[in-house]
Write a protein that binds this ligand. Sequence first.
Ligand code: DGP
Length: 113
Amino acid sequence: MDCIFCRIIAGEIPSAKVLENEEVVAFHDIHPAAPIHVLVVPKTHVESIQALSEATFPLLLPIHAAIREVAVLTGIAESGYRVISNCGEGAGQSVPHLHYHVLGGRNLGEKLL
Ligand code: DGP
């Protein structure tokens, strides 16, 4: 298994988990870009949003539920947070396993759009 997130999911690489359920795991990013920076990752290996299919679209529901739960657990649900999923090398995706960055805990005023 050469996917780093699959190895984290399998417990082969340690991570600071925020939550885990049947479909999703969420853990703190190793290179935080904000005081709260959590990655929400489906346990099923899908490369990116672009690689989603009819079979894997249902993963989006537990991912979104987990994002909300992570926001509550890390105390940023009220103050606000940003969710980013880099899709493809040109967008800076460095781990080809679908994941959502949940960022908060500071003013995220510098908006891209
Ligand atoms: P992206 O560049 O959008 O593909 O995001 C990948 C993120 O994954 C990046 O912010 C750093 C993080 N990351 C890479 N390897 C590890 C790891 O072994 N553990 C943790 N916790 N995060 C990792």
